[in-house]
Every structure is written in C-alpha cells, then in structure tokens.
Design a protein around this ligand. Structure first.
Ligand code: MOS
Length: 712
C-alpha cells in the first residue's frame, strides 16, 4: 500500500486549517535524529553536579536469613559514601494498593533479614564513582543462615493451587460439562505443552537518578509510565503525590519490565540520606532477578469435537509459578475465552509458589505462552479431523464472546486468515506431513491465530494553541521506543486539522498529569483518546474567535469516566500468523524461512512504526519458538548464564524475511478505533512455527524451545 503524503499547511490566524490525513501516513520518529546523533539522553547518562553512584548487592542464597552485612571494611574503601542494608535503611510502606494492585514486596528492600530468592537485594553501596561503588559492592561480605529451597517447576506438582481472581486475571471460567462433552466427541486432543522461563532484555538496562530538588523528589528514570512510578514512590515513601516528579524522556525498550523495581527505591533511599543526587543502574545480570520475567508454563489442552471439527469441549488448564512473597499469574488460559466457543468451555489457572523472584508482565503476558498451547492443539485437532487448519478455525468462529456473551466491537480474524493465506500461497499446501525435501532439509508450513485485548487506561491531556500558530500537546505518555511520541503528533494533527509539523508533543513527565502507562498494548489507544478530546475542545474554543494570549489557549481532557462505557463489548486485536520452516535432518536445526503476520488492529496510526512493532513481536515469537530458555540450577536456585551470552535469543542470522500487514478493521462504536499493536505480533508465532515443524517432519513439538537435541 502507498501511504498518502503528509500534508503541511501554512499557519492561519486561528491555527485551524482543514487538512487531515496524518493518521495512516508513514512518518519517521520525530526524535529519530536526536537518538541517532546521541543528543537524546537516557536515564543513566544525564549529568548532575555532585552525582553519587549506587550499586546493588544481591543475595547469593535462595532462602534464609541475613546473619550479617560486614560493611566496615567496605566503608573504608576509596570513594565509598554509605552502605544501605536492612540494619540502617529508611522504612517504607508496602501495604498499599497501587495502579497495578498491591506492590511486590521486593520493593520493600532493606526492611528485614529474610531472603526469599537468589538475587534479592541485600545492600546498596554508594560511592563517588560507579567503578568505586561496583568494586566495593563486590567486596562486601554478607553472611547468611541458609534454609532449604525449592525452585523445581513441573506439571503435576501436588502443591499447585488456584489463585484468587483479581482485576488483572480471572482465575477460572466454566460453562457446561467438559467431561460429558469430551465423552460425546468423535475426535479428542488431550496433550500437555510446556514453555520455559523467559526473560525480557530491553537494550537499555534499567536506570534511575533520584534527587531532592527544592523540597520535591525528582527522579530521572527509564520506565513505561511516570504516573505509575511517581504514584507508587509517593505511597512507598509516604510522600504527598504532588511532591514527587518522575521523568523518562527516552526509554530504550521495556516489554513489561520497566515499572517500579528495587533500584528506583534504593536511589530514593540513598539520596534522602546523602542529600546528593544518586544514580542506580542495573547490570544485565541483575535484571535477571530484579525486573520480572515470564514464568515457565505447563499447559494441558483438552479439545473435543464432532467429526466435522465443531468444538464440543474446550478445556485449557495453565500452570505457572510465582514467588513466596507475591502472587503473579501468567494468564495463559485467557485467550480461549475470546477465540473459540464450545458446548462446554473451561479455562483454569493454577500456581505453584517457589523460591524464585516474582514473575511479571513480559510482552503478551498470558497470550504468548497460551497461544503456543492453544494454537498447537487446534492444529493437532485439524490433523485428526482431516481438516485444513484455517477451515477448522472458521468452523469455530464465535458469534459473541464465548465466555462473556458480549458482542465483539470488531473481529475480522477470518479476514486476516484469508489475506494471509492468499499472500502466503496456502491454497497450494499439501497437508500431509514429512513429504517435502530439499537436500538435508525437510520443509513445512504452519499457521496460527493471534489475539490480544484492546483495553484503555484513564488519561489526561492538555493541548495548547500557541501564538505562533503551533500547538503543544502535553500528556504523560511513555515512548519506550515504539514511536508513541510520533503517533501523538499524528493524532493531534488530525484532531486539530493541521499539519503534523505544527504539533509539538511533551510527554514522560508526571507533572503533566496522570496518564496510562505504555503497557498491555493500551498506550497509544489510551493517550490518543485523551489527546483527541482535548484537541476537539480546543478547536471549539478557537472557533469562538479572538486573539491568542502569550500563554496560549489550552483545553484539557480526562477519560476516566468515559472508560466505563467500553465494558459493554469484547474489544481485541486479532491476527493470523504464517510460518515456513526448514528442518535439517542431520543436525536437528530448525530454520525459519518466512514469517507472515496479517492483523486486524483497528486504525493503524503510523504504518512505518506499526510495522516495526509487529515485526519486532514476530521476531520475538521466532526466538521463543527456537531459542529462549532460562535455565535454573536446582542446587543453587540461581540462573545458569543470566546474561546475553548465556540467554540465547534470535540474532540477525536467525531472522528471515518477515512481513507484517493488516486488513481494514473499522470499529464503529469505539471512541478512538485504535486497538493497539504492542503485543499481538508475538502471539501465535511459536505455534505457527511448531505447526510448520510438524508439517515438515511429522513430529509434534510440545515443549519450547524446539532445540536441535529435541528435534533429533
Ligand atoms: Mo507490556 S508486557 O504490558 O509492557
């Protein structure tokens, strides 16, 4: 498709012209030049006078108590300013309900002597330079009374339990009699699928600089939402929310890992004691225990169908792990509540508590591992029914939400399959496995569906008409590398009916007012809504005529109340993934030759950055299918190879031609019609690849990653 060119218009006296069409036009990042020239500063590199550097010391035992922190020798080392630990650190309050529920108690660092996992923060060494802090941190002797630990995750653990449902994850849904419908089914699939522990590794490690500035706490941070971080820091430290400011102007990736973590808390503690700005930067290895990860999963899928593929029974049971200090549910079973209906339908999450860090959101939390199990099982069902996998999905398209009964705001998953099948050449596919050979390589193709919720979070925005004919948009959005800043320029341009060159966007500053964080594929949707309302109001104000005063004319918006109306429909993005693989019969190596993803994601704001987002997600899906796996040593409770050398993920040479595109997906009743694309690119890709490996070899792979030793 050829994007329309970006219109530009001369300034008029009112600032209003009749030009639209910015949304949907390809636009390079407005901050792109700053980023590639180094002018854009990240949280760990902004200079401050008197800056001190903190280095976290993490526990080396998986369970026990701290007997002593022998800080005296370290305090005598060059440049060392202080050593914070449970014996001397300021007290914090972790008994509050924040933006995402109760805080993870790991934020209550240095409050007690208990150690619940390897990598728990036990001290912060602060020194004049980062090197001095690191040297002293490595020299610090911490003695422990060790207790036996348990880090073994496997299906069938007798201590697994059903978590309580919470606003984030409804633990269980059930309708009809699954066992009876399975008995009545002509075809049954009953299989177990596993995915390993996986870690998000944004390019920019987590970093925060905290200082007290005229009675206000000022934190320069790398995060996915400054409202979130500021609000929770205020609660943790019992501060007036108005006295906390958090900024994160440029962020080098997040993927769910950049909320509030111990390093920001440590930096605030240290600056409070030292009366100097304090910076804490995490190392890559520290990120493996401090910023969350994706729990391993063991998922049992039971599907029962009539001979023609119509589902009678649907049962998805997903086991994941959590820590002993906090509950997090990897919501792998949620996508079946949206994708497929059946006479009897059940989804269930189970948890086991282990002596490991608390998992967290990692790109497409739930849907990423869940779609591997569900969309693999669908492929197995298609095989058993002798049906084309796309035809099987078409047969089971629900009219309304299979669990909620609510209508879909728009769906179009079949349109994605249709367009994808056409472009991929699916019609020529011989469904029989193990038939295509090219030298040492067996060839196969596979497909899978994708979905991710299209939610929204309350946001406020302000739009100002300036005297010079330009407009300033203020919204506490976070651009974590996605192009959110540029998306807001395009949204504001269309709402104001002016060219994008007349829009300036200020974001990532909690002083701009509360707004949704960049997460759950909700950022652009949530912020665009608030910006559009404010822009519409501004146009009304400007239509009244009169001059623009020096401070400009400002209109504000707040979507908090309007968001309630969204609950009356099922709102999701959808997609279809296609993969072609080659499997080396001598080495067991799987090479992905082609990936194609077609999405139905509402209005696509900026095709250029949207395509990058989707291709990034698909690349991650490839990586998940073939490479990623964090190994925990049972003896020590620690990771083996917790860095970018030991944690294997797809490199350039692993990544083939990847195409991402979308179908028209109008969302008539939606206030903003943008659905969100942050997560859906990864969903279903691992299943499409696993299904292609089956098609190539005739062997099902139900455990990720599909390593050469598993293929042979
Ligand atoms: Mo996303 S895992 O909600 O940043």
């Amino acid at each position: 498709m050829t994007p329309p060119t970006t219109p530009t218009t001369p300034a008029t006296t009112t600032g209003i012209s009749a030009v639209t069409g910015a949304i949907g036009s390809a636009h390079t990042r407005v901050e792109g030049r700053d980023k590639v020239t180094g002018a854009a500063r990240y949280a760990g590199e902004i200079p401050f006078a008197e800056l001190a550097h903190g280095w976290l010391v993490l526990s080396t035992v998986a369970r026990g108590r701290i007997r002593s922190v022998e800080d005296s020798p370290v305090l005598a080392m060059p440049g060392v300013l202080t050593v914070l630990h449970h014996g001397n650190a300021p007290r914090v309050d972790t008994d509050y309900v924040g933006m995402v529920g109760r805080p993870n108690p790991v934020l209550g660092i240095f409050q007690h002597d208990r150690v619940p996992f390897v990598g728990w923060p036990v001290a912060l060494v602060v020194a004049e330079t980062s090197e001095q802090a690191r040297e002293a941190a490595e020299a610090l002797v911490v003695r422990y009374d060790e207790e036996p630990h348990d880090v073994a995750f496997f299906a069938g653990r007798s201590d697994a339990y059903t978590p309580e449902s919470n606003p984030m994850v409804q633990a269980e849904t059930e309708k009809g009699d699954v066992e009876a419908q399975l008995d009545a089914s002509a075809v049954v699939v009953d299989e177990e699928y596993t995915t390993p522990e996986e870690h998000h590794n944004p390019m920019e490690p987590h970093a925060a600089t905290a200082r007290w500035d005229g009675g206000r706490l000022d934190v320069i941070d790398s995060n996915q939402g400054s409202t979130w971080v500021a609000t929770e820091l205020a609660m943790l430290f019992s501060l007036d929310p108005a006295s906390v400011r958090v900024r994160s102007e440029h962020v080098g990736g997040g993927f769910g890992s950049k909320g509030l973590s111990p390093h920001q808390v440590a930096a605030v503690m240290a600056t409070t004691i030292l009366h100097r700005p304090v910076r804490v930067v995490l190392t890559r290895r520290q990120m493996f225990s401090l910023v969350g990860f994706r729990s391993p999963t063991a998922q049992r899928m039971r599907l029962g169908a009539d001979a023609d593929g119509r589902l009678r029974a649907f049962d998805h049971q997903a086991l994941s792990l959590t820590s002993t200090v906090h509950e997090f549910v990897e919501s792998s079973a949620v996508l079946g509540r949206v994708m497929y209906d059946a006479d009897a339908h059940r989804t269930l999450h189970r948890l086991v508590r282990l002596d490991v860090p608390t998992p967290a959101w990692m790109r497409a939390p739930g849907e990423a591992p869940g779609s591997f199990a569900l969309e693999s099982a669908l492929d197995e069902l298609a095989e058993k029914c002798g049906m084309d996998p796309i035809a099987l999905r078409a047969r089971n398209e629900p009219e309304t939400g299979p669990v909620s009964g609510l209508p879909f705001s728009s769906r179009n998953v079949l349109a994605c399959f249709e367009e994808g099948a056409r472009r991929f050449g699916w019609a020529e596919r011989d469904p029989r496995p193990g038939l295509r050979r090219e030298g040492r390589w067996l060839l196969g193709t596979g497909t899978a569906a994708a979905t991710y919720p299209s939610g929204a979070g309350p946001s406020t925005a302000a739009v100002t008409a300036e005297q010079d004919g330009s407009f300033t948009v203020r919204i506490n959005a976070a651009d974590i590398g996605t192009g959110a800043r540029t998306a807001m320029v395009l949204v504001a341009a269309d709402a104001l009916k002016v060219g994008p060159d007349r829009i300036r966007v200020r974001l990532a500053d909690s002083d701009l007012g509360p707004a949704m964080f960049a997460g759950g594929s909700m950022g652009t949707r949530s912020w665009a809504w608030a910006v559009t309302i404010a822009a519409d109001e501004l146009r009304e104000k400007l239509a009244l005529g009169g001059g623009i005063p020096p401070e400009g004319i400002t209109a504000r918006s707040n979507t908090t109340e309007a968001i309630g109306a969204l609950a009356k429909k099922e709102r999701h993005s959808f997609g279809a993934q296609f993969a072609e693989v080659a499997v080396d019969v001598t080495t067991g190596e799987v090479r992905v030759r082609r990936l194609l993803g077609i999405y139905a994601a509402g209005t696509i704001v900026n095709p250029l950055t949207a395509r990058s987002q989707l291709i990034g997600g698909m690349t991650w899906g490839l990586s998940m299918a073939l490479h990623e796996e964090a190994i925990r040593d049972q003896e020590s409770g620690s990771h083996v190879g917790a860095d970018l050398a030991g944690y294997h993920f797809a490199a350039h040479a692993d990544v083939p031609l990847i195409e991402a595109d979308w179908v028209d997906d109008p969302v008539p009743d939606d206030p903003i019609a943008i659905k969100g694309i942050g997560e859906i690119g990864v969903v279903g890709v691992a299943a499409a690849i696993a299904n292609a490996v089956w098609h190539a070899t005739g062997v099902r792979h139900r455990d990720l990653p599909i390593r050469p030793d598993r293929v042979l």
